[in-house]
Ligand binder design. Sequence first.
Ligand code: 13P
Ligand code: SF4
Length: 339
Amino acid sequence: MGLRGYPHLISYPLPMFTLATASPTSTDAGSVPLDLASAIASLKQSLNAVILAHYYQEPEIQDIADYIGDSLGLSRQAASTSADVIVFAGVHFMAETAKILNPTKQVLIPDLEAGCSLADSCPPDAFAAFKAKHPNHLVISYINCTAEIKALSDIICTSSNAVDIVRQIPVDQPIIFAPDQNLGRYVMAQTGREMVLWKGSCIVHETFSERKLIELKVQHPTAEIIAHPECEAPILQHASFIGSTTALLNYTQQSASDSFIVATESGILHQMQKQNPHKTYIPAPPTGPCACNECPYMRLNTLEKIYLAMQRRSPELTLPEETRLAALAPIQRMLDMSR
Ligand code: 13P
Ligand code: SF4
């Protein structure tokens, strides 16, 4: 699978051509081995490395990972690993979180260009100015943001703990929620709290078509619609369950239903199918004739790039210590608040 059909992404600085130009056979040490999975396993031993992968990775990457999880699970794994090297098969902000939690470990990322439209929608300078306009507000930021935004925040949250974290804040404390407005609105609806929202969003979760979703439901009347809270409200209103990727996966295993329409990045279907192959999982339809329910950033990673990153010990994720320390405090607060 690869990048295909994202005509509306022209305004984003996507590294669309990285895959085409990076030859998997042009390594310093010769060609890439045919059995990449075995080669990666032996590099993992020699480096004492751990491979952490998000559910939106290609199935073949999920299959060689030591741990697959949602953002909270991945942060917890990154915080507790005894490995010397963390290979992060996900996007930049996730690898940054691993580095923030592990300053002495080497964090490798298969493709440094694997960013995030949501993180990009919140530039630090503009956010600092926004924050200054709302004095006395507590800043709760979704983990899908850069280390600089984390450094400007009081508490970090993920899609699995956002509601719970907001509920722990005294009711008279005003809150800024950034950068995802869809998750922010969902949290407001769940908690009854007003929050000042930064108007960012994820291109993947805003791609779903309500009309096509309803048509699909008519074709599959017994299928349950389940959705990630980064989706827009018109999609969420049709969902019988809303949750993080891990919560969606667990729900499909526990529910008595045997078919699901899944409104999130389609990579999660691989684990759903693996964990319960007798059920049917249908990806929610994007608006256009594209594979827009695949995250173009997550899908930059490949097994070849993981192998090469481990072999070359590069690209390595690094952060200025001042930024790391400022970003660590709100992440630590989140981990403490979500035990
Ligand atoms: P979670 O896996 O934490 O639900 O996050 C989804 C996502 O968009 C990651 O980029
Ligand atoms: Fe960012 Fe959306 Fe991709 Fe997640 S799915 S990494 S929020 S662009």
